[in-house]
Design a protein around this ligand. Sequence first.
Ligand code: AMP
Ligand code: ZN
Length: 449
Amino acid sequence: MSDLKIYNTASRKIEAFKPSGDVVKIYTCGPTVYSEAHIGNLTAYIYWDLMVRTLLANGFRVKRVLNLTDVGHLVSDADDGEDKLEKGAKREGVSVWDVAEKYIDIFKRDYSELELSQPAVWARATDYIEGDIDAVDKMTENGFTYETEDGVYFDTSKFEAYADFARLDLEGLKAGARVDFNSDKRNVSDFAVWKFIKPGENHAMRWDYLGRPGYPGWHLECATIIHEELGEPIDIHTGGIDHIPIHHTNEIAECYGAYGHNLAKYWLHCNFITIDGEKISKSLGNVYLLSDLDERGFSPMDYKMWVLSGHYQGTRNFTFDSLAAAKQRRLNWRNRIAECYQKDDFKTDTFEKVLAAVNENLNSAEAFAVVDGNDLSLDDWKMVDELFGLKLMEDSADVSEDIYKLIADRQEAREAKDYQRSDEIRDKLAESGITVKDTPDGPIWQYIY
Ligand code: AMP
Ligand code: ZN
């Protein structure tokens, strides 16, 4: 058994992590591909990448599935509002299929730029419709559904544990139900597992089921994909805290209704970030993309450094000043790697301390403090880089023989008090992004950026 401990939303406790089999099965709720992911959306994938890397560092094998919601996700969680893909299609004057294609490509590009470990399966919701239909049939056979004019609904009163996961107050929900509550529903918390398309309704993605065109409810894709690609119960299911009361609660209900199984053992949820103390929203003009950060001189690795410098459950406030501090910290780490090339390497066990910090419920903030406060050998740095995926080693290559020669020439010029020559060499080094610092032990080179 490893020393890894994680906070399990299901129990509301920090628990020792014990996988069910040889391979840790992980599922991550992915993006709805109708627009670009902003930096808030991307935090989740950075934290779950840390989860995967932490498991690997602890010697586990991992199979991870990440879904891409390319169908049937309505703007509101409550089975009404506009379909997000249709909204994207209308906005851009293209088909829903083109919208999905475009934003899947962009998401995968951002994902790679953030150096996030690739899942074993990228699961597109539209590739699992047969499985969705099969699951609805099973839920119906098992007595969990009823049909209304606009769809097939899950009767949440039939699943005794429905309220448990999110500690829902169903009575309170009932009392607070909106006046426009869909009166065909038997209970406020009931949700569509399948939606019918009304004659004349503009919904391009459609499949025939029960003799009519329709499409799956949002939550169903995750239950189906998990069933087909991993087999429930999986070890770890991840998402944002907003998924707890509806999306994940409903995935659990569907899995139980269709297959009689528990969906997942450990549930991890990350918190939301604010920007300059505000919610991320179009009206505030703070919906930043990675490309916006790039325009201001910050790389995806700088952003990842910022994200990992805080805990995944914390409420975090993004500012450009704090991003600049994260960038500076990364440069400082790279210069410490550079220092390792220039002195006799030594043995340390700092990586063990870093891993121990991360093993405490993915406390990357504490792990970063351990890196800041201890000596690291080159081997430590390599393992730290592997654990956080920060491209530290790739961006901190040792300099060439020519550069070392220039540094020696500069030193010689200084000793000969030929300051003009030593300044010329300094400028030349600066062109290669290198500066030389004079220390009591002699000159050492550092990266400027
Ligand atoms: P949306 O496209 O706005 O529905 O967001 C997709 C997912 O990204 C949500 O379900 C959240 O889990 C996550 N998310 C949205 N906004 C933020 C934020 N400000 N910080 C962290 N995660 C967010
Ligand atoms: Zn999901």
